[in-house]
Design a protein around this ligand. Structure first.
Ligand SMILES: Cc1cc2nc3c(=O)[nH]c(=O)nc-3n(C[C@H](O)[C@H](O)[C@H](O)COP(=O)(O)OP(=O)(O)OC[C@H]3O[C@@H](n4cnc5c(N)ncnc54)[C@H](O)[C@@H]3O)c2cc1C
Length: 443
């Protein structure tokens, strides 16, 4: 039986994350957004509370939770500040290559440290010249004996300015496409690493975003997480596990925008009535509620697929573009309900609006998710109904009732002709006899 209720443990996690969001994140979020600065002490508190790195297995000192628990935590934190939610959840993206690697030695070395001490780990596929096209990575990884030497720049690295470790994707040959991509665990202090200035952003200004440059940085063979050819699949598998959670970022922030809009629509009066009395406003609230609920359901389904050992790739992509677009629509409508005040920096909606805009870009843009889903629909989806040519429309039904009759269907315009032979030419679209397919009796 399908069950949408949370377990007692999940309810506890949700309650703890909600308390953290309300007591620690919300009071500082707008100030740090203004300062365009990551409040690192909040990250440390999240770590101390046990709501960071939660996917690290127990064997390595983590709580070994699944994506469902991540979804619960991220929704609550994002409801208070999507930027801080990004910073906190980014460690789970950063550790994903360690969870996926076959390099047990690296896993055993780094995961327990990340679980035990407050260590940040950034994830980097993106570069200044390529983001969506992961196979187009140019950062070089040249073999030197068993080691690799890194040269190049990774860009847009969340938490990169504070990270102790980096999960770096590079290529042994930029002309080899996905076959050249490999992955490494790189430590901050290694020679030849420079950190760029914090990139000033429209929103999510409580999260730190930088570029990292490598000049002849040596990576020992022990730190290879994916050999050439395996790195691309590792990145895609990691995204399939993290994209559902981007849905939770949307759900959390959209929920807050909806709550603020409900509150405002009850209090603000126009033409002598509270805004909520106008159906145009009330219906906006209904649609906001609908979007928050549907986005959450989809997010939970994707998380459940991943946690139950299924491949979540397609549901993760659907979630990524549905939930993030729905969230942006909710925030946009909330701003509309607030009228002119919604557009000011004295009311909270404008930050939600700025923060939400990013969700359609990082972890694969909305367009990239549509590429993934449309490819699946065309190439791998198994239809349940008969193919178009064999689809039994009303014209064929008469034939069923007349045993012994033969019928032909024009494959161009759909006309059904009864008779032992097809006509020389279709009387509707004038296509020749060869356009006809026998539809009855079936062959
Ligand atoms: C604040 C922030 C934080 C980030 N954090 C990280 C991080 O921690 N680690 C990391 O690796 N990256 C990170 N990113 C990078 C992010 O994942 C990329 O920005 C994103 O994947 C898009 O890549 P791009 O910016 O190079 O755009 P491009 O790939 O240049 O795309 C530009 C536009 O073209 C469209 N487009 C591209 N290809 C296609 C196609 N085949 N079909 C249709 N449309 C297409 C895109 O959808 C987009 O609209 C972050 C980005 C931001 C802004």
């Amino acid at each position: 039986m399908i069950n949408f209720s949370l377990s007692p443990e999940q309810l506890k996690i949700q309650e703890a994350a909600r308390a953290f969001a309300l007591q620690e994140v919300l009071p500082v979020a707008w100030r740090y957004d203004e300062k365009d600065e990551l409040p690192l002490f909040i990250m440390k508190k999240a770590f101390d509370m046990g709501i960071m790195n939660i996917t690290i297995p127990r064997k390595y000192g983590g709580p070994g939770y699944g994506l469902m628990e991540c979804a619960l935590i991220v929704e609550e934190i994002s409801a208070a500040c999507a930027g801080l939610a990004t910073s906190i959840f980014d460690n789970s993206l950063g550790v994903e290559p360690l969870l996926l690697t076959k390099n047990e030695e690296a896993r055993a070395k780094y995961l327990p440290v990340i679980a035990k001490d407050f260590k940040l780990i950034s994830f980097a596929t993106s570069e200044p010249t390529t983001g969506s096209d992961v196979a187009g990575i140019r950062c070089r990884a040249d073999r030197d004996g068993d080691d690799y030497i890194l040269n190049g720049t990774k860009y847009w690295m969340t938490n990169g300015g504070f990270a102790d470790y980096y999960s770096i994707f590079a290529t042994v040959d930029p002309t080899a496409g996905y076959k050249g991509i490999c992955a490494f665990l790189v430590e901050k202090g290694w020679e030849g690493i420079s950190t760029g200035l914090h990139i000033p952003k429209l929103g999510q200004r409580c999260s730190n975003t930088v570029g990292i440059h490598f000049r002849n940085t040596r990576v020992p063979k022990e730190n290879v997480l994916a050999e050439p050819g395996q790195g691309f699949y590792m990145a895609m598998t990691a995204f399939a596990r993290t994209r559902p959670i981007i849905g939770s970022f949307g759900v959390g922030a959209a929920r807050t925008a909806m709550e603020l809009a409900i509150d405002y629509a009850k209090r603000r009066r126009a033409f002598g009535f509270p805004l909520k009395e106008f159906q145009a406003v009330a219906f906006k609230i209904a649609e906001m509620y609908q979007k928050v609920e549907t986005a959450r359901l989809l997010t939970w389904k994707a998380a459940w697929e991943a946690d139950s050992g299924q491949d979540p790739t397609i549901t993760a992509s659907i979630t990524k573009f549905y939930a993030t677009e729905a969230a942006f629509e909710v925030v946009d409508e909330a701003l509309q309900i607030f009228g002119g005040y919604g557009y000011t920096r004295m009311y909270p909606i404008e930050k939600l609006f700025r923060d939400m805009r990013l969700l359609r870009i990082y972890e694969g843009t909305s367009e990239v998710q549509r590429v993934v889903v449309s490819r699946f629909a065309f190439d791998s989806y198994k239809p349940i109904m008969p193919a178009l040519e064999d689809f039994p429309q009303f014209g064929h039904l008469d034939v069923h009732e007349t045993p012994g009759e033969t019928a032909w269907r024009c494959r161009m315009c759909g006309y059904v002709h009864r008779g032992q032979e097809p006509p020389d030419e279709c009387p509707y679209c004038f296509f020749p006899k060869t356009a006809f397919k026998k539809v009855w009796p079936r062959e």
